[in-house]
Design a protein around this ligand. Structure first.
Ligand code: AMP
Length: 235
């Protein structure tokens, strides 16, 4: 196990974060990266980055993102699988927002099998009620430069509208508007059953509450990782 954390030692791990938009997956994954050096790969961030750079893939994907529906697999799978492959076999990572469908989960497993890489260890489902999702996404603000998430009341920046870390402006994501939020929740509900079944049948599905404060969600995850033998407390 590598000693990368503040008070924990972590082993090599591959985690998948599942859960409705706004359940805290991205925020907890950012903390894991900052505190334990576990790479955070967010499919939504990669798509938004492709759009900012003016890549044709980003422009094509943005039509779907604005409508709150899933980007087709032929657009997204290459982008994400390529990034996962580039991380190599000796790097711990969290996948946030990918896979969204059973087909995408199968594509990850098949990539790891082909490359002889360590498979996904756990899929962690952040459970949250739809009403809480709407409140969370409507209040979410994102740094336009370093992509860190804030919330107007839950995770407020020190200065309103300004990122604590880099001083850039905070923006509201276009797909965090109420009409799009509803659509994204519908899409999530439709796709999530088969995806949960996929990881359940592999014995890898675990749940944590997704409606708590950030540090409580982080603590619940660390408890889970310790139970699963993926992290150890340092005495
Ligand atoms: P997120 O930042 O994870 O909430 O994703 C924002 C939007 O990007 C989603 O509503 C989808 O349109 C698109 N997206 C992100 N990840 C995926 C994925 N794995 N499959 C298809 N579309 C995705």
């Amino acid at each position: 196990m590598g000693s990368l954390g503040l008070d924990v030692k972590v082993g090599l791990m591959r985690l998948v974060f599942l859960g409705a938009p706004g359940a805290g997956k991205g925020t907890v994954a950012s903390l894991l990266e900052e505190r334990l050096g576990i790479s955070h790969l967010s499919s939504g961030d990669l798509l938004r980055e492709a759009l900012r750079k003016g890549d044709s893939l980003g422009t094509e994907a943005s039509r779907y993102m604005k409508a709150g529906v899933l980007v087709p697999d032929d657009l997204i799978c290459g982008l994400i699988l390529n990034r996962i492959e580039r991380l190599g076999n000796n790097c711990s990572f969290v996948l946030d927002g990918f896979p969204r469908t059973k087909e995408q989960a199968e594509a990850i497993d098949s990539l790891f099998r082909q490359k002889g890489h360590k498979p996904v260890d756990l899929a962690v489902d952040f459970q949250i009620a739809p009403a809480v999702v709407v409140e969370r996404l409507a209040g979410r603000r994102v740094c336009e430069t370093c992509r860190i998430n804030y919330h107007v009341t839950r995770i407020p920046p020190r200065r309103p509208g300004v990122c604590d870390r880099c001083g850039s402006s905070l923006i509201t994501r276009p797909d965090d508007r109420p009409e799009t939020i509803r659509k994204r929740l519908e899409v999530y509900e439709a796709e999530t059953g088969p995806l949960l079944d996929f990881y359940r049948s592999q014995g890898k599905l675990r749940t944590i509450p997704g409606d708590q404060e950030v540090e409580e969600e982080y603590g619940a995850l660390m408890g889970l990782l310790k139970e699963e033998g993926l992290a150890d407390a340092v005495s």
